[in-house]
Design a protein around this ligand. Structure first.
Ligand code: MRU
Length: 364
């Protein structure tokens, strides 16, 4: 399948398309400091669970270059650990970020490199491991697509919320990769794109991707989905996820819970597509998933233009949780987990990579 890489790294520099500027401008940002990795993740210039995980992994490599000098000492190692912890905590909901940072430290420990000594092997190990995470994400995107595309039939109207495409991953996507593969298989369907207030990831990013792929799509405001379901225009819903608990509850962009409830009421299948790095072996149920709260300004304005009286009280949770019983199936790189529950999710994790099984056991 054709795709372009969302993130690239070479000679200590991370390059990516600034997602805050899309779709008006396609601006490539280049960063060489770990503090910029944190700030660009927090500003959603890099966003989407797998993409922030990959950026976080490179962030740890960047921090090592920046802080360790030629020889790692106990003092520079402590500063490096502190920087890595800040990357780990840049955003709280998507577990892929913590997973990727932990994965970096697991690689260092495995190679016996988390100790004072020459910095070059430490940096090399971290850059190599981050690149492997990126490449694996691309391959997972393909496998997810393969596993899920058969669900999309001719004539479907598929609702998606937020952006779970190439921009949110290394370049293939999760929910959108399924649609890209269905298009490649020749199926004719229409995608309904929720605009996704307050930050418009659907309107700005998903439409941008679907246009590039030549997939017919219709942009709707978030509050229109119910009527379209009633009219029979929407026949399926599919999104990505930021964290999936052991019992199959899944956190995703605020509004996803509403989509799932509406789909359930209208007897429309609701699917979530996600790689194993989105599953959190340490979170038993969705109630334990930390939900990021963002600044009131995002709700007090519409795409930068004030839309409410100054000082209006705001509540701005960035994610919500879909209870497992509302999910027809989780689409993973190992196939579908139909009607997810704790037993099935545990079996999936046990069959996946060792790092996934260890969950967050390898903190910096
Ligand atoms: O706040 P964002 O834009 O990072 O939220 C992203 C989402 O909710 C995506 O749907 C999720 O990360 C899955 S991306 C494959």
């Amino acid at each position: 399948m054709k795709f372009s890489k969302t993130l690239a790294f070479s000679s200590g520099e991370l390059r990516f398309l600034d997602q805050k500027r899309l779709p008006q401008a396609e601006v490539t940002l280049k960063i060489r400091r770990w503090q910029e990795v944190v700030s660009t993740i927090q500003a959603l210039q890099i966003r989407g669970a797998p993409a922030i995980g990959i950026a976080g992994a490179f962030g740890v490599a960047i921090a090592a270059r920046q802080i360790l000098g030629k020889t790692a000492t106990p003092a520079t190692l402590a500063a490096f650990l502190k920087a890595s912890q800040a990357i780990h905590e840049a955003r709280p909901t998507a577990v892929n970020l913590m997973w990727a940072v932990d994965h970096q430290f697991a690689a260092l420990r495995k190679a016996g490199l988390l100790r004072p000594g020459p910095a070059a092997p430490i940096i090399h190990c971290l850059e190599k491991n981050a690149q492997a995470i990126l490449e694996e994400d691309l391959s997972i995107g393909m496998r997810l697509a393969e596993a899920g595309h058969g669900l999309i039939k001719d004539g479907d109207g598929v609702l998606t919320h937020c952006n779970a495409g190439g921009l949110a991953t290394a370049g293939m996507g999760s929910a959108l990769s399924v649609l890209y593969r269905a298009k490649e298989a020749g199926r004719k369907f229409t995608v309904y794109v929720d605009e996704t207030r307050p930050l418009l990831q659907g309107a700005r990013l998903t439409t941008w991707e679907l246009k590039r792929w030549g997939i017919p799509h219709v942009l709707i405001c978030d509050n229109m989905a119910a009527m379209l379901m009633k009219q029979g225009r929407i026949t399926k819903a599919i999104t990505g996820a930021d964290r999936i608990a052991l019992n199959g509850d899944a956190a995703n962009k605020i509004g996803t819970y509403g989509v799932a409830v509406l789909a359930h009421f209208h007897r429309i299948p609701f699917y979530i597509a996600a790689p194993y790095s989105t599953f959190d072996a340490n979170t038993r149920t969705g109630a334990q998933i930390p939900i990021e709260e963002r600044k009131p300004e995002e709700v007090l304005s519409f795409h930068g233009v004030p839309s409410a009286p100054k000082g209006t009280r705001v509540y701005n949770p960035a994610f919500d949780v879909v209870p497992a019983p509302l999910i027809r199936a989780l689409i993973t790189e190992r196939g579908l987990i139909a009607s997810p529950n704790a037993k099935k999710v545990k079996a999936f994790l046990a069959a996946s990579a060792p790092a996934a099984r260890h969950g967050r056991g390898a903190r910096p």
